[in-house]
Design a protein around this ligand. Structure first.
Ligand SMILES: Cc1ncc(COP(=O)(O)O)c(C=O)c1O
Length: 401
């Protein structure tokens, strides 16, 4: 039967589309080490789990569309730790994950064929959200050769035209690990002001900054408050991805009033999970400090081990928990498939995300892969061994080198 032309143009997720092959490998008894997805193995704060266990309402009712006021108030205290002042619960809309927040942003700001500028490689699901809203992404390419730093402001300005509604950044960045500096944000905001467009910053990895690097939230730039939209999520920070609680934070009330039309139509964000999210905010600071220190260790382990492999090139990521690796292969998707279907080492293999679909421009990222370092050190070291041995076999058997 006929499906829409629109859906046939959508990509399948490079993070998930090889899952049937990983299931097959697992059925054969191979241990698949999942470095394809940012699903941490770290415990959710005890406070959040207990809040679910102690949930004693008799009816799981619909909540209000903008999200529970208790949660939004609790978030104000959390934001104040980042120097974010003068916001109230009215500036926060709770969404079903950061994913829904991104969709609301496109649908609220853009008409079909409007444009959003985004540094590539970018969080790949943004492409699908843009497609749903019929928004055209205008990529500004950042390069692995210089650590994926922000391309020049001129490169952004070159892409601005009458259809441009905003610039979308992710900091710390998935998939590159780059953290945008205060100066970079300021320069982009000045550009947005000049052209009267929005700056949307996805800060779902806000805490995940390594090597003593500091993080600046876009919400700190009060001067530009009307054109700033921040995307947030509890998924990664509190290792509660399945709870599906995220948020939009902005001082632009016109934006929020319009986004409410969608929020009301989808009724409300998950109810029990909002209680858990509010409780997670009561976790002691040591929880998040411990989590960040753990990821920094894992980054050092996996990047260190992979950098020793001949032909593999990685810039040390500064934040989030991903990096892009240049691999000595003709096609990272083919290599990913080979690893799952035709290869194992010490009873294990590795699943990773081919990076081509993290770019909008065709032809880029073909020999790159995105790795998530969210698992324990032992698995990460075994994964690096598998990649090393897998590359040897793939290059010989498939590439005939
Ligand atoms: C950069 C970024 N934004 C948003 C999301 C969506 O997260 P969620 O919908 O779980 O809040 C993710 C998930 O991986 C992400 O990496």
């Amino acid at each position: 039967m006929k499906m829409s032309n629109r859906i046939s143009g959508f990509q399948t997720s490079p993070i998930r589309r090889l899952v049937p092959f990983s299931r097959e490998a697992e059925k054969k008894g191979t241990k698949v080490i999942h470095l394809n997805i940012g699903q941490p193995d770290i415990q959710t704060p005890r406070e959040a789990i207990e809040a679910i266990q102690n949930y004693d309402r008799k009816i799981i009712e619909y909540g209000i569309s903008e999200g529970d006021v208790e949660l939004r108030r609790a978030m104000l205290n959390y934001y104040s730790k980042f120097g974010i002042k003068d916001i109230s619960e009215d500036n926060i809309m709770i969404t079903t994950g950061g994913s829904e927040a991104l969709q609301f942003v496109f649908l609220t700001l853009c008409d079909p064929y409007d444009e959003f500028i985004i540094p590539e490689p970018y969080y790949t699901n943004v492409a699908t959200f843009a497609n749903v809203a019929m928004v055209k992404l205008k990529p500004v390419t950042s390069s692995s050769s210089n650590g994926f730093i922000l391309p020049s402001i001129d490169a952004f300005e070159d892409k601005i035209n009458k259809k441009t509604m905003g610039i979308l950044l992710c900091s710390p960045n998935n998939p590159t690990g780059h953290i945008y500096t205060t100066e970079e944000l300021e320069a982009l905001l000045a550009l947005c002001e000049k052209h009267d467009i929005f700056l949307v910053v996805d800060e779902v990895y806000r805490e995940f900054c390594y090597d003593g690097k500091t993080f600046t939230s876009v919400l700190n730039f009060e001067k530009y408050q009307d054109r700033i939209i921040c995307i947030d999520s509890f998924s990664k920070r509190f290792s509660m991805c399945g709870a599906r609680v995220g948020a939009i934070v902005t001082k632009n009330m016109e934006f929020l009033e319009n986004a409410m039309k969608m929020a009301q139509a989808r009724l409300c964000p998950p109810n029990v999970e909002q209680v858990a999210a509010a409780a997670a905010l009561n976790a002691p600071d040591e929880y998040i400090e411990g989590v960040v220190a753990e990821y920094e260790r894992r980054r050092n382990v996996l990047v260190g081990a992979l950098q020793k492999i001949e032909g593999v090139r990685i810039n040390m990521p500064k934040g989030a928990f991903y990096f892009i690796a240049d691999l000595p292969v003709d096609d990272a998707e083919k290599f990913a498939l080979f690893m799952l279907r035709d290869f194992s080492y010490k009873g294990a293999t590795v699943m990773f995300a081919p990076a081509e679909d993290f770019y909008w421009s065709s032809g880029l990222g073909k020999s790159q892969a995105r790795f998530a370092y969210v698992l324990n050190e032992e698995d990460l070291l075994l994964a690096a061994e598998c990649i090393k041995e897998g590359l040897k076999v793939y290059r010989k058997k498939v590439m005939h080198l």
